[in-house]
Design a protein around this ligand. Structure first.
Ligand SMILES: Cc1cc2nc3c(=O)[nH]c(=O)nc-3n(C[C@H](O)[C@H](O)[C@H](O)COP(=O)(O)OP(=O)(O)OC[C@H]3O[C@@H](n4cnc5c(N)ncnc54)[C@H](O)[C@@H]3O)c2cc1C
Length: 255
C-alpha cells in the first residue's frame, strides 16, 4: 500500500453538484473494475482522503473519478477547484463488493445507480470481461434533474462509440430516469422495478432470479429499498466470500 501522487489531466463540471476528472495512473495501482480507493488532497501537508469508486476501467492508462461537490465538505469543497496539472493523492489499495466475480454466473446483468453511484458502473461497462460473462448489460441511472445525468451522451452512444463498440457488441442498454423535472422517463427506479415497466422499457424479458444478476450503488435509502425488492424476488446477496444474485455498495456514507 502506498500513497501515490497523480497529475490531473482534465476536469469536467456536469452541474454545480457534480464533476468528473481524469488523472495520470501509476501502473503499480491495480484494481478490479467496480472497486473504490481512498483519494484526496494534501491539505496543510497532511493527506485528506475519502473513498472514491474508480470510474475508468483497469485496462486504461489513466484514472477517472466522478465526484459530488458537498458545500463545506472537508474534501470536496477544495477538490471541486482542481485543474489540469494539479496533484491529487491516491492510496494504491483498492477494495469493494461491486465486482463481477462476486456474482453467480448469469444471463443479463442489471446495474442500478443513483447520483454518483454511477461511478463504479462506468468502470464495469467499459470492461470487456463484463460482456464475456453476461449477454446483456443494463445500466440504470436516476438523478433529480436531467443535467445530473453525467456521461449521458457517452452512454447513449456507447454501442456506436469508436472505442467501445468493439467491447459492447451492441449488448449495452442504458436507461435513465429523473425525479424532479419533466423527462420522458420520470420517477424513482424502485417504482420502475416494482411496476415491471423497466423490463418493457429496456426490451428484455421480466427479471428472472435464476438467470439475472444485479449490482446496486446509491444512497442508503435506495440501496436498502432495492435490496428488499430483490430479496422478495428470491435473490441472495453476494460478497467477497460467497457469490450471490446481487451485490451492493453505498455510494456514500451519511453522517
Ligand atoms: C464505498 C464508498 C465509495 C464512494 N465513492 C464515491 C464516488 O465515487 N464519488 C463521490 O463523489 N463520492 C463517493 N463517496 C463519498 C466520498 O467518500 C465523500 O464522502 C465525498 O467525496 C464528500 O467528501 P467531503 O469530505 O467533501 O464530505 P464528507 O464529510 O465526506 O460528506 C459530507 C456529507 O455529504 C453527503 N455526501 C457525501 N458524498 C456524497 C455523494 N457522493 N453523493 C451525495 N451526497 C454525498 C453525505 O450526506 C455526507 O454525510 C464514496 C463513499 C463510500 C463509502
Amino acid at each position: 500500500m502506498a500513497l501515490l501522487e497523480e497529475k490531473v489531466i482534465s476536469v469536467h463540471h456536469w452541474t454545480n453538484r457534480t464533476f468528473s476528472f481524469k488523472t495520470t495512473r501509476n501502473q503499480t495501482f491495480r484494481f478490479k473494475n467496480g472497486e473504490f480507493a481512498m483519494i484526496g488532497l494534501k491539505i496543510d501537508n497532511k493527506p485528506l482522503l475519502r473513498a472514491y469508486s474508480v470510474a475508468s476501467a483497469n485496462h486504461e492508462n489513466f484514472l477517472e473519478f466522478l465526484s459530488i461537490k458537498v458545500p463545506n465538505g472537508p474534501l470536496t469543497s477544495k477538490l471541486q477547484y482542481i485543474k489540469e496539472n494539479d496533484t491529487i493523492i491516491v492510496n494504491s489499495k483498492s477494495t469493494g463488493t461491486l465486482v463481477c466475480d462476486y456474482l453467480l454466473p448469469g444471463k443479463n446483468l442489471y446495474l442500478f445507480s443513483t447520483g454518483t453511484g454511477l461511478a463504479p458502473f462506468m468502470s464495469i461497462i467499459r470492461d470487456p470481461e463484463t460482456y464475456e460473462k453476461f449477454e446483456k448489460i443494463v445500466l440504470t441511472h436516476t438523478v433529480r434533474i436531467p443535467e445530473e445525468l453525467a456521461y449521458r451522451t457517452l452512454l447513449e452512444n456507447l454501442n456506436n462509440d469508436e472505442i467501445y463498440k468493439e467491447i459492447t457488441n451492441n449488448n449495452f442498454i442504458y436507461f435513465n430516469s429523473v425525479t424532479r423535472a419533466e423527462w420522458p422517463r420520470k420517477g424513482r427506479i424502485t417504482e420502475w422495478i416494482k411496476n415491471d415497466k423497466l423490463w418493457e422499457e429496456v426490451g428484455l424479458e421480466k427479471f428472472d432470479p435464476i438467470n439475472d444478476r444485479v449490482m446496486i450503488c446509491g444512497s442508503e435509502e435506495m440501496t436498502a429499498e432495492i435490496k428488499n425488492i430483490f430479496i422478495e424476488k428470491g435473490c441472495e446477496e453476494g460478497s467477497t466470500k460467497a457469490q450471490g444474485n446481487f451485490v451492493i455498495e453505498k455510494a456514500f456514507a451519511e453522517k
